[in-house]
Design a protein around this ligand. Structure first.
Ligand SMILES: NC(=O)C1=CN([C@@H]2O[C@H](COP(=O)(O)OP(=O)(O)OC[C@H]3O[C@@H](n4cnc5c(N)ncnc54)[C@H](OP(=O)(O)O)[C@@H]3O)[C@@H](O)[C@H]2O)C=CC1
Ligand SMILES: O=C/C=C/c1ccc(O)c(O)c1
Ligand SMILES: [Zn+2]
Ligand SMILES: [Zn+2]
Length: 382
């Protein structure tokens, strides 16, 4: 290895790593890296600087200096405990691009200096059906990049931090044609729309698609669907984004969900709908937009039962499905697709000390279309 194949030297002294030195040695304590991130401390969701020790590195690990990290609505759900499972302190952030600064002795796919990405999932069991079928995002033992516990028992912490350690299986190379700041939102928002379009056989040209909720995930839905040759209808909660949706994102039709007349005139016009709304909403206005055999794919994390009457789906053989991010093989494919088609995200860059304002603006639907935190350009570790 020509690169400073990295941590192998320190790992040789690492007592916690099986087969290395005496299990009683305390050498590893001196090897822990201390980093600073921005953490939520309670369900107010307010983030403030937090210093913590990274987990011990292992031979398959990649140490990433975080350059950029997108802000996903899930970060709000988690920081504010919308799902009732949040643990604090919590450093959110799962749309991470960064630079490889060290690699473990068994890392084969990355070298120091590579620009890489990491997303929502950073671990899985590797043995179950989904893992063996390379859809590890559906592993019941998946490990989340934050608000979870790693295999060593330590809390996982996300990308609003100077460094992250990620197993190489969950690291992806960012193609040279994509800028690191533009690529960050692709690692969740981009993947989340690409995966179901591929899985449900919706990458064919000529389909008519609908995107409900023109936010971070939704705007990538419009861009991906247009790049796949679809006719795209945006269904938004207000008229505010009409001009941008048509002129900048390339949408073909823009509907306001409360405008019953326009919604009715679009009845049975869509092959599929991707619904990204993060709060409770009735499904029937959207179900009526689907053609026979059409499907609505639910993306928003909504911790409340949704309702519809069964004829809305029976009389048209319509389906309601869900999808969760995408697999590591899909993320590679999606990034290549974006590079080839010249697709990127539409972002507003902020520094870490503006993160609370950005979270508030995201929550009140005031961003076009994804905030990306310039983590490396923010003052963190001295
Ligand atoms: N399934 C999965 O794998 C993933 C799920 N998610 C989830 O998808 C949802 C959307 O995420 P993201 O795109 O980042 O969110 P954003 O906040 O960026 O976008 C959500 C959009 O929904 C619309 N909306 C309608 N009502 C509301 C409301 N009361 N509050 C906020 N937005 C509203 C808005 O669009 P408009 O102005 O057009 O009405 C808004 O832009 C979240 O629940 C998130 O957790 C995210 C990533 C992956
Ligand atoms: O943003 C990515 C994660 C989405 C997500 C989907 C479902 C769920 O229960 C979550 O906690 C997060
Ligand atoms: Zn996300
Ligand atoms: Zn598994």
């Amino acid at each position: 290895m020509s690169s400073k194949k990295f941590l192998s030297e320190v790992w040789l002294q690492d007592s916690s790593y099986p087969g290395r030195r005496s299990p009683n040695s305390m050498d590893h304590l001196s090897l822990e890296k201390t980093v600073t991130g921005y953490a939520a401390r309670d369900s107010s969701g307010f983030l403030s600087p937090f210093t913590y020790a990274l987990r011990q590195t292992r031979p398959e690990d990649v140490l990433i200096r975080v350059l950029y990290c997108g802000i996903c609505h899930t970060d709000i759900h988690q920081a504010k405990n919308h799902l009732g499972m949040s643990k604090y302190p919590m450093v959110p952030g799962h749309e991470v691009t960064g630079e490889v600064v060290e690699v473990g002795s068994d890392v084969t796919r990355f070298r120091i200096g590579d620009t890489v990405g990491a997303g929502v999932i950073i671990g899985c069991c590797r043995e179950c059906g989904p893992c063996k079928s390379n859809i590890e995002q559906y592993c019941n033992k998946r490990i989340w990049s934050y608000n979870d516990v790693y295999t060593d028992g330590r809390p996982t912490q996300g990308g609003f931090s100077s460094l992250m350690i990620v197993d190489q299986k969950f690291v992806v190379k960012i193609p040279t044609g994509l800028a690191a700041e533009q690529a960050a939102p692709l690692l969740c928002a981009g993947l989340t729309v690409y995966s179901p379009l591929k899985h449900f056989g919706l990458m064919k040209e000529g389909l008519r698609g609908g995107i409900v909720g023109l936010g971070g995930v939704g705007h990538m839905g419009v861009k991906m669907a247009k790049a796949m040759g679809h006719h795209v209808t945006v269904i938004s909660s207000s008229d505010k984004k009409r001009a941008e949706a048509i002129d900048h994102l390339g949408a073909d039709v823009y509907l306001v969900s409360s405008d019953e007349a326009s919604m009715s005139s679009a009845a049975e016009s869509l092959d599929y709908i991707i619904d990204t709304v993060p709060v409770f909403h009735p499904l029937e206005p959207y179900l009526q937009l689907l053609k026979v055999d059409g499907q609505i794919i639910m993306m928003g994390v909504i911790n409340q039962p949704l309702q519809f009457i069964t004829p809305m789906i029976m009389l048209g053989r319509k389906s309601i499905s869900g999808s969760f991010i995408g697999s590591m093989s899909e993320v590679e494919e999606m990034l290549e697709f974006c590079e080839k088609k010249g697709l990127s995200s539409t972002i507003e860059i902020v520094k870490l000390d503006q993160i609370n304002e950005a979270l508030q603006r995201l929550e009140r639907n005031d961003v076009r279309y994804r905030f990306v935190v310039d983590v490396a350009g923010s003052e963190l570790d001295a």
